[in-house]
Design a binder for this molecule. Structure first.
Ligand code: MRU
Length: 360
């Protein structure tokens, strides 16, 4: 991803100082700061406090968390895996990545565990970049075909996205935004409608920032606007990411995704989900029944934080004290509302028959 014209990843390992570096996403877009992770505690905090977030990035951070733990204590593997797996419940990439770490460390001498875990975490980091770039390449054809149809009657393709499924949610490129970056690089004129994504506003604070850094036109909208834009012909396509997708093609993603998919279906607007295969939970069928939905702090709903006109961060209440609050972080979009799923291995129908082939 580009930040002030320079290429940077959301996470990387610094060999000279033996530290793991992340962009502190809890401070964006107001401050751009790099944080150093030095211990298992740091890695767990980074995930829980959403200094890193987004399913693939959570997975890679957890992999480095295992290394940071084994570097201190070669007998801490089980504890590290347990602690990291409890940081956030919904994104399956966390479990997937910890499983990859565990498998790669089987039969390794205690003295070699730290070295091997670093090697595997670096491999997962590299794989994530390649996978996300391939998702973009595979999705590009969809946007090219749509642009061929629309270019005579409009100046650009209007795409709606929800939350942040960009480079900030992965190591680089992103999933949904990778498709957008590839289309932009291919010269397709684009404009992106960005849902603010209450309560944590990842759309407002991360996606708009990321797209603007890449020079892609974007407009921030509150979460309730998408349906109106779709009805009035101002959206050509929706594209989102996923935290966990079932073998039947039900997609769990940031709260509010389902309502956008309903509106898209009602208006015959294609609704795509871009995801790495590591986000598919092949062990479950029914997303509503089987995916644990994170219930988050009620203060995310009752309060809002940002800089005042003097740049001082302030938190204010938007509901009276004592108001009852429910704050589920994710919802499940049924497969029937999804046009197709874009993965690193091509485009698939949101059906068991199609997704099962990815196991081969
Ligand atoms: O709560 P977050 O910010 O971790 O939620 C992120 C999302 O919902 C993304 O859309 C999802 O992880 C896909 S990211 C490539």
């Amino acid at each position: 991803m580009k930040v002030n014209g320079e290429h940077i990843q959301s996470i990387w390992y610094e060999l000279e100082t033996d530290e793991v570096c992340i962009i502190d996403q809890a401070r964006l877009p107001y401050d751009f700061e790099i944080l150093s992770l030095q211990s298992l505690t740091d890695a767990c905090r980074a995930i829980s406090a959403m200094e890193v977030r987004g399913a693939p990035l959570i997975g890679v951070t957890a992999a480095y968390g295992v290394y940071l733990s084994l570097r201190e204590d070669s007998s801490s593997l089980d504890w590290a895996i347990k602690s990291l797996s409890e940081t956030r419940p919904t994104a399956v990439n966390l479990r997937w990545s910890l499983q990859r770490m565990k498998e790669s460390l089987e039969g390794i001498e205690p003295s070699a565990l730290a070295g091997k875990s670093l090697e595997t975490a670096q491999l997962l980091e590299k794989e994530d970049i390649a996978v996300c770039e391939a998702i973009g390449d595979n999705g590009l054809g969809i946007l090219q075909a749509l642009w061929t149809k629309k270019s005579e009657s409009q100046k650009c393709l209007n795409i709606l996205t929800h939350c942040n499924a960009g480079a900030l949610a992965t190591v680089d490129w992103g999933t949904a935004l990778s498709v957008i970056y590839k289309a932009n690089n291919a010269g397709i004129p684009l404009h992106v409608w960005v849902d603010e994504t209450r309560p944590r506003n990842q759309g407002a604070s991360l996606t708009c920032w990321e797209l603007s850094q890449e020079g892609i036109a974007n407009t921030l909208i509150v979460d309730n606007v998408g349906g109106h834009l779709m009805q009035s012909g101002q959206v050509d396509l929706c594209i989102v990411g996923s935290d966990r997708t079932t073998i039947l093609g039900d997609v769990c993603n940031k709260i509010g995704t389902y309502l956008k998919a309903l509106a898209a279906s009602d208006n015959a607007i294609p609704f795509y989900v871009a995801l790495p295969i590591s986000s598919i939970d092949f062990t479950i069928e029914d997303g509503l029944r089987d995916i644990p939905i994170e219930e988050r702090d009620s203060k995310e709903v009752s309060e809002i934080t940002g800089p005042d006109s003097d740049g001082i961060m302030r938190t204010i209440r938007v509901a009276s004290q004592g108001t009852a609050i429910s704050n589920p972080g994710f919802d499940v979009t049924p497969a029937k509302l999804i046009t197709a799923i874009i993965t690193e291995r091509g485009i698939h129908e949101a059906t068991k028959a199609s997704l099962k082939r990815l196991l081969q």
